[in-house]
Design a protein around this ligand. Structure first.
Ligand SMILES: [Ca+2]
Length: 348
């Protein structure tokens, strides 16, 4: 009944004028004090920064489960990634950074086309690095993670850790924590690294003495390569093979039981009704059957290798990995075609 008697106009006005900054949140201020000791910073200074963070309702909404989700549709997802503008930006990126990409491939063994695929899917080569103030996004996720989420406590703890890593990063890189912007989840720069990944895996690849994932394409390229190498990218190994399912012998539950973790030999896959292409049959390691549902259309399948799995360590999704791989190949093909066309045009 109390709810019914509340004046909606007053409530709306309060919502507009109420300072949503975390300075008035005791849990946030206690966390700031605890972080200060570990960061070797003054408690008042960390409280000052987190205290200026704003709670972002859009960020809460983005991580709130619910809203009947549409059927997963790989063809639709793929079409959104493989836009002509993104491919064109990729070709330009490859032209401008060919030497750096080649050096990254040489030093880490990670294929340049996968690096190009990741930077294209993440930010269209730095064009869309995210407009949320990172201090706001991470504070909101750390202190106001929606309780309805089944793993709310775990997720909040993760983002609290990332908030601390973000402040450490700002301190070591000389960034203003109130100015840095990124994704709603706190991912940063062209490569969209979380702060902890930046600290662990980002590298200075242009040799200027600092790691700049916002402004240095070389640092972004080197960091993506280093990340994939750290997650056991195997030089020269394909990411996946074509596969055909045989309805006579198909045992789909057995094929899918370990999800995207490579755990079957080519022979074991065949015995369960998944027939690999020629190269796949000769694959020396283990494989996973990757399921790509297409809404109401037939599901697509490929056989993923250890390298497919490595790409999913960047973002834990088969759709993500497959789109990165396909974009990388598409850009590489277009770039090679363009490069081959240049001498021909130069002829009299
Ligand atoms: Ca650098």
């Amino acid at each position: 009944m109390a709810l019914l008697s509340a004046n909606p106009a007053t409530a709306a006005k309060r919502a507009r004028t109420e300072p949503a900054a975390y300075r008035s949140n005791p849990a946030a201020m206690a966390a700031a004090n605890a972080m200060a000791a570990r960061l070797h910073m003054r408690p008042a200074s960390v409280r000052g920064v987190i205290g200026k963070a704003q709670r972002l309702p859009a960020v809460v909404n983005a991580v709130t489960p619910g809203q009947a989700s549409a059927a997963r549709d790989w063809a639709l997802y793929r079409s959104r990634v493989m836009e002509p503008l993104r491919i064109q930006a990729g070709v330009q990126f490859w032209q401008r950074n060919a030497d750096t990409l080649a050096r990254a491939e040489r030093e880490t063994g990670v294929s340049a086309n996968v690096i190009v695929g990741i930077l294209g899917v993440e930010t269209i080569y730095g064009k869309h690095m995210g407009g949320y103030r990172t201090i706001d996004a991470l504070s909101t996720l750390a202190f106001d993670f929606p309780a309805v989420h089944p793993k709310a406590a775990q997720r909040a703890a993760y983002f609290l850790q990332e908030l601390e890593e973000f402040l450490r990063l700002c301190k070591t890189q000389g960034l203003d924590p109130l100015k840095v912007r990124g994704s709603y989840a706190g991912a940063l720069g062209m490569a969209q690294f979380m702060p902890s990944s930046w600290r662990q895996y980002a590298v200075d690849f242009d040799g200027d003495g600092r790691i700049d994932l916002f402004g240095s394409r070389a640092d972004a390229i080197g960091s993506v390569a280093n990340y994939l190498a750290a997650f056991h990218w195997k030089p020269g190994m394909p990411t996946h093979y074509a596969v055909q399912l045989d309805p006579q012998t198909l045992d789909l539950p057995a094929l899918l039981q370990n999800d995207i973790v490579p755990s079957m030999s080519p022979l074991a896959m065949r015995e369960r009704g998944a027939e690999l292409d020629e190269a796949g049959q000769r694959h020396p390691g283990l494989l996973a059957l990757i399921e790509l549902p297409n809404g109401s259309a037939p599901t697509q399948y490929v056989a993923g290798t250890d390298n497919f799995y490595t790409v999913t360590r960047y973002n834990w999704s088969s759709f993500y990995a497959m789109s990165v791989i396909e974009l990388g190949h598409e850009v590489q093909t277009a770039w090679q075609r363009d490069s081959a066309a240049v001498p021909a045009q130069a002829k009299p």
